[in-house]
Design a protein around this ligand. Structure first.
Ligand code: SF4
Ligand code: MG
Length: 317
């Protein structure tokens, strides 16, 4: 609820501290048990920072993170420990997130050893997890570089599952992988979700990756959610101009539909969160911007039938 993360601003050349940067600026959402929420937006929009705050790899500047009725956003690391089992994270780059000097057995066991499990029990569990993610348990004593990118990400997934979590934050888990193996890893994550009853927050920079896996989707722009709702509603009739633009870049399978479709090309790059535009922060790039948009910040509110919300003065409904 109302998650905010502020980073100190860069110092100027004269040594004066810059204005603090609000990387995440008041983000709220829920994730149900066994559900997948897609969290989508361009790089730098705050989606990874949001994910890291949920698992407390980063401390929120303000706001709350409630897991199963317990507020964990403000707990000390010591008091957080019993909850650590329930919340785990899969990272974008499998190689840089796996310690190259540790064996796979050690990497996958780590979260269990932290929880006080014995070395023998942790190793046995690591072997089971290797099997669960489609790897060969006999390869436990190998090192990360001996695996392909797809296999390395399976190791990252196995590690995230070691403590039998109930929520996994997957931060662009396939974007560093070859296109040909992305589907295999997504399939694996779907199967694991069904078998283990996991909930996912699936972070991605475009809407096509999460289309298959998510139940609901939230679109972020410059540290805020600009649209959130059921997959069918958001993909079927996007209400926010930014969502429409992102969706118009997703290729359609039918060549004729692809040729005749509406294409919205956004001008320029997202503005810097250090110096956000006034009013609607999307207005410099929005094809529908009007005077009101330059002065008044639109808040998230119900747009159209159902539960879908959009932060736009002139939503498409
Ligand atoms: Fe565009 Fe205005 Fe809506 Fe912002 S509030 S997305 S500028 S139409
Ligand atoms: Mg990121």
């Amino acid at each position: 609820r109302d998650l905010v993360k502020t980073f100190p601003g860069r110092r100027s050349r004269t040594g004066r501290p810059g204005a603090p940067v609000r990387a995440v600026d008041g983000v709220s959402f829920d994730v149900g048990a066994g559900e997948t929420l897609g969290l989508v937006g361009e790089s730098g929009c705050g989606k990874s920072t949001t994910g890291r705050m949920i698992v407390r790899l980063l401390d929120p500047t303000s706001g709350t993170v409630t897991f199963d009725g317990t507020e964990i956003g403000g707990l000390s690391q010591a008091r957080l420990r019993p909850h650590r089992r329930d919340l785990q994270m899969v990272f974008q780059d499998p190689y840089s997130s796996l310690n190259p000097r540790q064996t796979v057995a050690r990497i996958i066991s780590e979260p269990l050893l932290v929880q006080g499990e014995s070395a023998a029990a942790a190793r046995k569990r690591a072997a089971e997890l290797m099997e669960l993610v489609g790897l060969i348990p006999e390869h436990l004593d190998r090192y990360p570089h001996e695996f392909s990118g797809g296999q390395a990400q399976r190791i990252g997934i196995a590690r995230s599952l070691a403590t039998s979590p109930r929520l996994v934050i997957a931060d662009e888990p396939v974007s560093a992988l070859d296109v040909s193996i992305q589907a295999q890893v997504v399939n694996l994550m779907e199967r694991l979700q069904q078998e283990l009853g996991l909930a996912y927050v699936f972070i991605a920079h475009d809407l096509s990756v999460v289309k298959r896996v998510c139940d609901r989707v939230a679109v972020m722009y410059l540290g805020r959610i600009v649209e959130i709702g059921d997959k069918a509603e958001v993909y079927g009739s996007p209400a926010h101009p930014y969502t429409r633009a992102l969706l118009s870049a997703v290729p359609l399978p039918d060549p004729e539909a692809e040729r005749t479709r509406e294409r919205i090309v956004l001008l320029g790059d997202p503005p810097s969160p250090a110096d956000p535009p006034p009013g609607c922060t999307f207005h410099p790039r929005c094809p529908k911007a009007q005077d009101l948009c330059r002065t008044e910040r639109p808040l998230l509110r119900i747009a159209g039938p159902g539960e879908r919300q959009a932060a736009c003065h002139f939503p498409e409904v």
